[in-house]
Design a protein around this ligand. Structure first.
Ligand SMILES: Cc1cc2nc3c(=O)[nH]c(=O)nc-3n(C[C@H](O)[C@H](O)[C@H](O)COP(=O)(O)OP(=O)(O)OC[C@H]3O[C@@H](n4cnc5c(N)ncnc54)[C@H](O)[C@@H]3O)c2cc1C
Length: 598
């Protein structure tokens, strides 16, 4: 089987033709770069994905982490990967030059992470978490913390985690109870338990650095009493690394994403677990949101990436597997056709491509807003920050939920072989399942979108979104071929606006208002991805006008056809959601607990 897992052609089309990301280099922050650097970075990332990450995809799944004598042992390839990622400057790719980073745009970083995640999702999480944790220290830590931790994390010697979840505080971080008691030497003594911590301990690096949420003794209850700490597994002391009283209580055995250990940690059993405050006391959750928001986009990208690997595996299979004949051709003496000729197989392939490339568009759009928020000033910067804020739950959830379905369709294309581990589809399907769960479940993203993001600043972000999508409608509408689709998107945006108004009108009854927020998120995802597809179709239509060579023309024709698929097959699903959301009946609220059958 061919081992394609990602299309560099598509990535470059999105980055340059759709998002014009090379224009970022006009800003002083990115002026050292240009399209040539970006191309080189992307080409090298693909090579790293092919040569370093992909070969251990199955191995990391079949030989998952082990917990032996209090230590977590991971696949041997992890250490080599971290070294390569560190030495190649990949962990620090987005960090500023003064921290020895490459100062690459967030958009290019996101494209690289998409490549790595498509090659081997579990492997990609080690450098990704390390970057997020080091970035937190660099943003909010003291000079000393930055000096002590960041270079070692950027070099891949030490890896990072985000340590939030506790047994009683999963979705509800307000209920965190891990305790931090100030000590005279300036550090804090930490006590508590953390569960489900990705890469919380392993032998693939020399140390693990937890960015951990805890409550300083006497802090107010709720989110306003949470602080952020650096808590290393081994702490530097007198020129050596000594144990910091962070014990691993166990690891979890998981459905997929098995190459990364998920750990249960016990902190301060011997009253000697030291943590160092990062940023301001009691403002820790706000600081942590930097990493959480980055992670949410990375998860959206990761979900689209696994679906991308599944798409190319099933496409390759469909091109080679002879089975059956076309409708009406009943002569058994005639050769069978390859299954890619069956319309139902084409439908499943179109669904996969629509999910992969539409999701990737949404994620890169958010990454671009993050870049623009950094390089712009004043109101302009605020505008992009608001758009990013609004779209983050959508860019996390649509790829996560639809990525599973896309992998499932990929598996379906392989028939019985899809269900067997000789082919990678079953692993992709299992690996993809984590995404709607970690970093805020889909339910929590729905609450965030409807309960907070859409209404914040009197709906300012939502209005900006409508205006941005409206510009795409206008631009695409210039092409007669795309004008009907542009009209459909305009209609969809109008309906989204209308139902949003209806729902906000119910905001006084909190429970009924938010009861179907997951459905609202799904609706928003459909409209948001339709917007992205129309953008891509317009860029392809413009490219076709330049009369490109046949290979290029096929790519662009395929784009426009997939856009038409999305508008013809996926977008109409909004009608059912709209009907449900419009209903004033609070069916789930009214369901009495005693009515559930035991
Ligand atoms: C493989 C894996 C890796 C992880 N990695 C990390 C990590 O690195 N760091 C870390 O800190 N955590 C990590 N987690 C934890 C993860 O973020 C949590 O599992 C997740 O946030 C959900 O919390 P929970 O499991 O306690 O479920 P719960 O919070 O108990 O949720 C259970 C269900 O109830 C729903 N629900 C909860 N509250 C509400 C509400 N108010 N309204 C409506 N529905 C609600 C949820 O949507 C969900 O469907 C990881 C988890 C897994 C499985």
């Amino acid at each position: 089987m061919a081992d394609k897992f990602v299309s560099l052609k598509n990535l470059k089309f999105l980055l340059y033709d759709v998002f014009d990301s090379q224009a970022l280099c006009r800003h002083p922050l990115y002026e050292e770069h240009g399209r040539e650097t970006f191309d080189l970075v992307l080409d090298t990332a693909l090579k790293l994905g092919q040569d370093l990450l992909r070969p251990s995809l199955a191995g990391m799944d079949r030989e998952p982490p082990r917990f032996e004598d209090g230590r977590v042992l991971v696949h041997p390839s992890v250490r080599e990967m971290m070294r390569e990622f560190g030495q190649g400057g990949w962990i620090a790719a987005q960090a500023p030059f003064e921290l020895e980073g490459q100062q690459l745009p967030i958009t290019i970083g996101a494209a690289c992470r998409f490549i790595f995640a498509a090659a081997n999702y579990s492997a990609s999480v080690y450098p990704m978490l390390t970057w997020g944790a080091a970035h937190l220290i660099a943003s909010f830590g003291t000079e000393e913390l930055i000096r002590t931790y960041v270079p070692r994390m950027f070099s891949g010697q030490w890896t990072g985690t985000m340590a939030l979840t506790e047994p009683q505080a999963g979705s509800s971080l307000a209920d965190i109870t891990s305790l931090a008691e100030p000590a005279e030497a300036g550090h804090y003594l930490i006590r508590g338990q953390k569960i489900f911590i990705s890469n919380g301990d392993h032998d693939g690096a020399d140390n693990v650095v937890h960015l951990l949420l805890a409550r300083i003794k006497g802090a107010p209850a709720g989110v306003k009493g949470i602080s952020l700490f650096v808590v290393p597994k081994l702490r530097p002391e007198g020129g050596a690394l000594v144990s910091n009283d962070v014990a691993v209580a166990g690891i979890y055995h998981k459905l997929g994403y098995r190459g990364a250990p998920i750990t249960q940690l016990s902190l301060g059993e011997n009253n000697d677990c030291r943590g160092w405050l990062v940023g301001q006391a009691n403002r820790g959750l706000g600081h942590m949101f930097q990493m959480m928001n980055e992670s949410r986009l990375e998860i959206g990208a990761g979900a689209a990436a696994i679906a991308s690997a599944a798409y190319y595996a099933s496409l390759d299979y469909a091109r080679q597997r002879p089975q059956g004949r076309r409708p009406g051709a009943k002569d058994p003496t005639q050769p069978q056709v390859n299954i890619i000729e069956h319309s139902d197989i084409k439908r499943m392939l179109l669904f996969q491509r629509a999910v992969v490339e539409g999701s990737l568009g949404l994620v890169l759009q958010c990454a671009l807003y993050a870049d623009l928020a950094r390089v712009a000033d004043g109101e302009e910067a605020q505008k992009y920050a608001l758009l990013l804020d609004l779209l983050t739950p959508v860019a996390k959830s649509y790829p996560s939920e639809m990525g599973i379905l896309a992998c499932s369709q990929g598996l379906q294309i392989l028939g019985g072989y899809g269900y067997c581990d000789e082919f990678p589809l079953e692993q992709f399907y299992r690996d993809a399942r984590i995404h709607p769960i970690h970093e805020g479940t889909t339910g929590i993203q729905g609450l965030d979108l409807l309960g907070r993001k859409v209404v914040m600043k009197d709906g300012a972000a939502f209005k900006l979104f409508l205006a941005e999508a409206g510009r795409t409608v206008e631009a695409a509408g210039q092409w007669p071929e795309l004008a009907p689709l542009a009209g459909e998107l305009a209609g969809a945006l109008g309906k989204l606006e209308e139902i949003t108004g209806v729902l906000i009108g119910r905001a006084g009854q909190a429970e009924a208002f938010l009861a179907d927020s997951t459905l609202y998120l799904e609706l928003f995802g459909l409209v948001g991805v339709a917007w992205q597809w129309l953008k891509q179709a317009a860029a392809s239509r413009a490219a076709l006008a330049g009369d490109p060579p046949p290979g290029e023309a096929n790519f662009h024709r395929g784009k426009i056809q997939t856009c038409r698929y999305f508008f013809g097959y996926e977008l109409p699903k909004m009608e059912g959601l709209l009907k449900r959301l419009a209903s004033p009946e609070a069916l789930t609220v009214d369901m009495a607990l005693d009515w559930f059958e035991d």
